[in-house]
Design a protein around this ligand. Structure first.
Ligand code: KG4
Ligand code: ZN
Length: 342
């Protein structure tokens, strides 16, 4: 098979994923196994359960990704793997697989930053995005704004000081008795609800580019059962749940959109790229489309399969690193937190 083939492996959280990408942007396969069912009972990702599941899934998923792409290991130019940030045990599983295959097949190994890979998903679908671009990555584990000056080169200009936006959706849904993951559940419950029914706080709204979502979740909890530890939750009618979900969703979306608007003005951004699981949210997409400042910019939401965790974005950014000679060796380490390198 012709072209530069890169195998991507992703296991930083609760998705085990592998993908083969040709020439940075052509996705030949994009295999994702989501562990949602394993974590549903806990209303959040349990690191130990996640690591164990990755252990059994990762090699068969790599095999499937190669098969679906019609590629053989000897055709690979490189193997890219998420090595930061993420849950350390989870990262180590994908990395051990990637290192073993790199050694076995004599193929270069490339460690990829998961957040920069989320940003890069937008450049894979829209390679000619005008620069500088402002990128929002909002997921269950991360919420941050990036000033992107070139594909793979991004500076973090704002981040959450506590919960991630997706985490706020997940925890809010748990409080409302909705299912996990909370983002889609709140979005669904909010349909037909009155978003102005409850004025939930918008922390840090008038300050810099950082986010804070933990107060919104607490406000929802206290709104329902008052402050104090031992109070009972009230029974809610469907329409009350709809109003609460719509108001809660709007508070989160309002914070995201307000900071995005401030950031694009501050950094004279020419385009907007949104990634991470929260980018699936329809209300967020509408709010950006209706915003007088943001709607003027070329904006891109990658397809849903590239918004949530996937390995195609890892292979795409890995290809860029490979071309720039940024090759790692078997001493590559995992890191729970982000570092600057692309
Ligand atoms: O990027 P992702 O698949 O995994 C990581 O957390 O890294 O994002 C999952 C997060 C969850 O918190 C989920 O509730 C949220 O993205 N999410 C959404 C929607 N779909 C997924 N949040 C709001 N609205 C949605 N439609
Ligand atoms: Zn992610």
């Amino acid at each position: 098979m012709s072209g530069e083939l890169v195998l991507g492996i992703e296991s930083s959280c609760d998705e085990t994923a592998a993908s083969v990408v040709r020439d940075e942007t052509q996705i030949l396969s994009n295999v994702i196994h989501s562990q949602i069912e394993l974590h549903r009972a806990y209303a959040g990702v349990v690191p130990e359960i996640a690591s164990r599941s990755h252990t059994t899934r990762v090699l068969p998923i790599v095999e499937t990704a190669l098969q679906e792409a019609g590629a053989t290991p000897d055709q690979l130019a490189a193997i890219a793997v998420t090595n930061r940030p993420g849950m350390i045990g989870c990262l180590l599983i994908g990395m051990t697989a990637a290192k073993s295959l790199s050694w076995l097949y004599g193929v270069p190994l490339i460690g990829v930053n998961h957040i920069l890979a989320h940003i890069h998903a937008a450049f894979m679908t829209t390679p000619d995005l005008p620069l500088p671009c402002l990128s929002l990555v909002a997921s269950g584990g991360h919420t941050a704004l990036y000033h992107v000056t070139a594909p793979g080169i991004a500076e973090c200009v704002g981040r959450t000081r506590d919960d991630a936006a997706g985490e706020a959706f997940d925890k809010g849904a748990a409080i409302l008795g909705l299912s996990y993951p909370g983002g889609p559940a709140i979005e669904e419950a909010a349909r037909g609800g009155n978003a102005t029914a409850v004025a939930f706080p918008r922390p840090l709204l008038h300050k810099d580019l950082d986010f804070s979502f933990s107060g919104v979740k607490t406000a929802l909890l206290y709104h329902l059962r008052g402050s104090g530890l031992e109070r009972e939750m009230p029974e809610l009618s469907d329409s009350e749940v709809a109003d609460l979900a719509a108001s809660y969703q709007d508070a989160i979306v309002d914070c995201l959109v307000t900071k995005l608007r401030r950031a694009v003005t501050q950094y004279s951004s020419k385009s907007l790229a949104i990634g991470g699981g929260v980018a699936c949210n329809t209300r967020l997409r509408e709010a950006i489309a209706n915003d007088p400042v943001l709607s003027e910019l070329q904006h891109t939401f990658p397809p849903l399969s590239l918004c949530t965790d996937n390995a195609a974005m890892v292979a795409g950014l890995g290809t860029l690193a490979f071309r720039n000679g940024q090759i790692d060796d078997l001493s590559l380490d995992a890191a729970a937190t982000s570092r600057a390198r692309a």
